[in-house]
Design a binder for this molecule. Structure first.
Ligand code: C5P
Length: 352
């Protein structure tokens, strides 16, 4: 059976799966017929259309102003109750750990800690990750898996958590996890966990490129940025807040509101390029090769990299750009994907 999310208004709406059905759908409580033992979830990747580092935070993180965008490239996460009292993680990708160092594992652990009675009632959780999103890529692959586990366990244990509650739990796991819950297009400030949704940007075609064996450490990127550019950080808390707020009236947000893809592409920005591009010439080269292709409206590194993405006008052009980049960089290590912007985060694909 196919399912889709019913998202209520932010903070109040419960994350509630409803079947695709022409008949009236019960809202609450969930009838017995809908009590599922396993859920299969779609966990989309994200790109950063905008990433500005504003200053330091007392918790050691950075104060950011970002625009995050969900994309069609996604992992599939199967979450199922098991008759044991442990958490198990499996993954088809050899580089992905299946122990506590996996954010999806830690998401399940957090749910166990938060909801001990539900854990006692429903038992352990088995998590299977079908990885399609490149790992350590700046695409929030780990974060979106963690978000899917939070949503999946919320459903399995019939907790009826709201979007805000899921986002709050996500924020304890990582800065990008809250966004991954509902996805779409959003401004993210603070550590990245304070979200203001923007009207969704649907079906902008994207080409992504990543060298399989190239990884950039996110802590390294931020630490290096602080070392090199920390002197220009805003220190005064009022000014910090004003700067973060300014993104709401910035040119890229206007372009998003106008649904002007060309203008969005012109205004792409990522401060972390200032440290990653000089240290990783392959990423710089990718960025330049993309920028020179016909049909590319704009190209940028996503997050802390090393993935580079290009916004392209049509699917046909995107396929063409993929071929051209493949021809320009003859390296088997380079992975290329054609995808598009999407309007949602975690979705239920099926349930049993
Ligand atoms: O929150 P998350 O675990 O994804 O962050 C990874 C690393 O990125 C942090 O350990 C920190 O070094 C850096 N970071 C930061 N400021 C942020 C987000 C991340 O310095 N707002």
């Amino acid at each position: 059976m196919n399912w889709e999310w019913r998202l209520g208004s932010r903070g109040q709406g419960r994350f509630f799966p409803i079947p695709h059905s022409p008949f009236p759908i019960p809202h609450s409580p969930i009838p017995n017929s809908l009590k599922m033992l396993s859920y299969s979830l779609i966990a989309p990747a994200k790109i950063n259309l905008y990433l500005e580092i504003i200053g330091d935070r007392s918790d050691g993180y950075h104060e950011l102003a970002m625009i995050l965008q969900s994309i069609g490239l996604a992992d599939q996460i199967d979450v199922r109750s098991i008759n044991t009292d442990n958490i198990r993680v499996h993954c088809n990708h050899p580089q992905v750990p299946t122990n506590k160092s996996n954010l999806a594992y830690r998401a399940a652990e957090l749910m166990v800690k938060q909801f001990p009675e539900a854990f006692a009632k429903y038992g352990g959780v088995d998590i299977n990750i079908n990885k399609q999103i490149p790992v350590a890529a700046g695409l929030a692959g780990g974060s979106t898996n963690a978000a899917a586990v939070l949503v999946g366990i919320d459903l399995l244990w019939k907790l009826g958590l709201t979007q805000s509650e899921l986002e709050e739990l996500g924020g304890r796991l990582g800065s990008d996890v809250p966004f991954c819950v509902a996805g779409g297009t959003a401004i993210a400030t603070g550590r990245g966990e304070q979200l203001s949704p923007l009207p969704s940007l649907d079906k902008i075609y994207i080409v992504l490129a990543k060298y399989r064996s190239l990884e950039v450490s996110t802590p390294w990127a931020y630490k290096t940025y602080r070392q090199q550019f920390g002197h220009s950080y805003i220190r005064d808390s009022d000014n910090l807040a004003a700067r973060a707020n300014a993104v709401h009236s910035g040119k890229i947000v206007k372009a998003i509101l106008d649904k002007n893809t060309r203008e969005i592409a012109q205004k792409l920005h990522n401060d972390l390029e200032r440290v990653v591009l000089p240290a990783y010439p392959q990423v710089l080269q990718l960025r330049e090769v993309f920028a020179n292709q016909e049909g590319v409206l704009g190209a940028m590194m996503s997050g802390s990299g090393p993935t580079v993405f290009a916004l392209v006008e049509s699917q046909k052009q995107a396929e063409q750009v993929k071929l051209q980049v493949r021809e320009a960089i003859l390296d088997e290590d380079l992975e290329l994907f054609v995808t598009q912007t999407i309007t949602h985060g975690i979705q239920v694909a099926s349930s049993v």
